[in-house]
Design a protein around this ligand. Structure first.
Ligand SMILES: CC(C)(COP(=O)(O)OP(=O)(O)OC[C@H]1O[C@@H](n2cnc3c(N)ncnc32)[C@H](O)[C@@H]1OP(=O)(O)O)[C@@H](O)C(=O)NCCC(=O)NCCS
Length: 147
């Protein structure tokens, strides 16, 4: 398995399959995908891209640290799940976020994925809330230590 930086367009197929099944391709293109400070990571098994995650320099209005990154589009193809691939993507992301001087990573976690985020060091910081057409979520954060 290898983790590499990937182009925004390479995230779309896995996003569509795992996060927006049956929804149009346009719904899988997120605001900020092409921004300079955004980065996208992919895990490859042999030469096949099987897991993706995207990181946006974006402050959450209710969270106080001035420099924050947002995690979106975290997904691993079903047959490759529970092999540590998403964890590896995050391990590669933390130092990049730190290098960009952000001290917090946040995400709107689907309730079904909260256990995963807790395993990789996120904490729940909100009550559940509904994102229309997608479902129940919880705001979760992970501190990124900057010396
Ligand atoms: C959530 C998801 C991204 C996790 O990807 P993954 O590659 O399977 O994750 P990992 O294998 O790195 O898991 C790391 C740890 O979390 C655990 N874990 C994974 N998914 C979990 C879940 N849904 N609930 C509880 N624990 C979970 C793993 O067992 C592993 O535990 P371990 O360290 O004790 O072995 C993947 O299940 C997925 O794509 N789900 C569908 C899309 C989705 O819901 N994405 C999140 C949107 S907010």
């Amino acid at each position: 398995m290898r983790v590499l930086r990937i182009h925004p367009k390479d995230t779309i197929s896995i996003r569509q399959q795992m996060l927006r099944p049956g929804r149009p391709i346009e719904s899988c293109i997120y605001t900020g995908d092409d921004d300079e400070q955004t980065f996208h990571l992919g895990a490859f098994v042999d030469t096949k891209l099987v897991s993706v995650a995207s990181f946006y320099f974006e402050k959450h209005p209710q969270l106080s640290p001035p420099y924050q990154y947002r995690l979106r589009g975290m997904a691993t193809l079903s047959e490759y799940q529970r092999r540590g691939l998403s964890s590896e993507l995050l391990k590669m992301a933390f130092p990049i976020i730190k290098q960009n001087l952000a001290s917090l990573l946040w995400c709107n976690a689907r309730l079904t994925a909260v256990g995963f985020y807790e395993k990789v060091g996120f904490e729940k910081v909100s009550e559940p809330f509904t994102i229309p057409d997608i479902g129940e979520h919880i705001l979760m954060t992970k501190k990124i230590e900057i010396e």
